[in-house]
Design a protein around this ligand. Structure first.
Ligand code: FCB
Length: 448
């Protein structure tokens, strides 16, 4: 059975992120982030939804921790809101912000939950955007200061710390495709963001270790599982370029200390690389996290003079193989990717830091029969076990997400939770998938 395929020390967890659940956007000294601003601009987010209230977790954190505990999970992955700790990004520290996470972490420890925070899950203090945001080197320096402040106060109770969640979303999606805050569509901004972000990670790791050298440090990457749309050599070439463009841009500097040559050729002049930066970025890490939802299929874009990687994304066809957000379900993409990455790079042990599915099922007579989500999870757990059997050192799995929450540009329309949230009443209801997950974990525990 499924539970027996995971070793005794395998960690089962759930994941969330600050801006998606906390709300209390203007409380206790928090100032706006780029997402507070972006969500209020017409046309950016579905129906103009914002994280002002979200799941009101800032006020309901105790009962939310009880809820997490009731699932039987070992660990909780959450993020710390930079604009609560340093409302202007750097400078004045807001003690009330630190106090909140201090209580939250104590609450996790009291409930026997392992503490897996992420320092940055997209809520850049808006003040820093005024200095160039992720395109400006001073943001990387500010990130290191923030990391040090957080680890000094909270690091003693952390089990593992991630610097940054999903560099791809921060660079590609936010600065090249314009979909996420700050909504840039500029190759130059994109190129600058790539390097600033990688540098921020490196400086952040150094800063955290300067305070607590033994804290297990990592980063969370939504690596893409890239496939050519056809067997033709041109499409295979496109898939290889797309791999470097979507994955290599992060994996090569982080784990090998260099940027992929072809990417440097296309974007290098726009990347503000200084002497020594690549050594700073290439810190030995204790672990890394993979977020996986769906594969990426590409074909050659047929043109020689568009910007690298000249690979066109082939969107999936509508049908039952898509979740409600339109993402293709392909669990082999997960096992292929895990195995492929370890063949290609020399990587430390890993966690699945996010995996899950969007299905917008609503309660019927008080129950949410999200059997499609259970099916998705079952398949992906098996894919993780397959990769593990093939030798991939995967230590745990965090399900995205604990509860329905603010799904960025999709607002509250798209639901990824195993717990349903009624946004009018803030009532939480376990979906059938939560019962399924609880059962999987309890089977695992009784076999331990
Ligand atoms: C990931 C994000 C997470 C959530 C899921 C669905 O890209 O890290 O916050 O939005 O997608």
């Amino acid at each position: 059975d499924l539970a027996a395929r995971f070793p005794n020390d395998f960690l089962f967890g759930v994941a969330t992120a600050a801006y998606q659940i906390e709300g209390a956007a203007n409380e206790d000294g928090r100032k706006p982030s780029i997402w507070d601003a972006f969500s209020k601009m017409p046309g950016r987010v579905y129906k103009g939804h914002s994280g002002d209230v979200a799941c009101d977790h800032y006020h309901r954190w105790e009962s939310d921790l009880d809820l997490i505990r009731s699932l039987g999970v070992d660990a909780y992955r959450f993020s710390i809101a930079w604009p609560r700790i340093l409302p202007d990004g750097r400078g004045q520290v807001n003690e009330k912000g630190l106090d909140f996470y201090d209580r939250l972490i104590d609450g996790m420890v009291a409930r026997g939950l392992k503490v897996f925070p992420t320092l940055y899950h997209w809520d850049l203090p808006l003040t820093l955007a005024g200095y160039g945001g992720w395109t400006a080197r001073n943001t990387a320096e500010a990130f290191a200061e923030y990391a040090e402040i957080v680890v000094r106060r909270l690091g003693d109770r952390m089990d593992a710390l991630a610097t940054i969640n999903e560099p791809w979303c921060i660079c590609h999606l936010s600065h090249l495709y314009g979909v996420h805050a700050p909504g840039e569509k500029s190759p130059a901004a994109f190129a600058a963001a790539i390097h600033t972000l990688n540098l921020a990670h490196g400086l952040g790791v150094e800063a955290a270790r300067s305070v607590r050298p033994d804290l297990p440090m990592g980063i969370v990457i939504n690596a893409h599982s890239v496939y050519p749309a056809s067997g033709s050599p041109v499409d295979q070439g496109a898939a290889e370029r797309a791999f470097e463009f979507h994955n290599g841009l992060f994996f090569s500097p982080l784990f090998e200390g260099s940027y992929p040559a072809e990417v440097l050729e296309a974007y290098g002049e726009m990347m503000p690389i200084e002497d020594g930066d690549l050594q700073t970025i290439n810190q030995p890490l204790d672990w890394w996290g993979l977020n996986y939802y769906t594969p990426l299929r590409v074909k050659d874009d047929g043109s020689a003079d568009t910007l690298y990687p000249r690979a066109e994304v082939v969107p999936p066809k509508p049908g039952p193989d898509l979740t409600d957000i339109g993402w293709e379900i392909y669990e082999t993409g997960l096992s292929d990717l895990m195995k492929g990455l370890y063949e290609r790079y020399s990587l430390p042990p890993m966690f699945i830091t996010e995996n899950g599915a969007c299905y917008n099922d609503e309660p019927v007579d008080g129950a949410i029969g999200d059997t499609r989500r259970i099916d998705y999870l079952d398949k992906h757990f098996r894919a993780v076990a397959d990769a593990r059997d093939a030798g991939v050192p995967v230590k745990g799995y965090f399900l995205w997400s604990l509860m329905d929450n603010y799904e960025w540009a999709e607002g509250y329309k798209m639901r990824f939770g195993i717990v349903h949230v009624d946004y009018d009443t803030q009532v939480r209801t376990l979906k059938d998938s939560a019962l399924w997950y609880r059962n999987l974990i309890s089977e695992h525990v009784s076999a331990r």
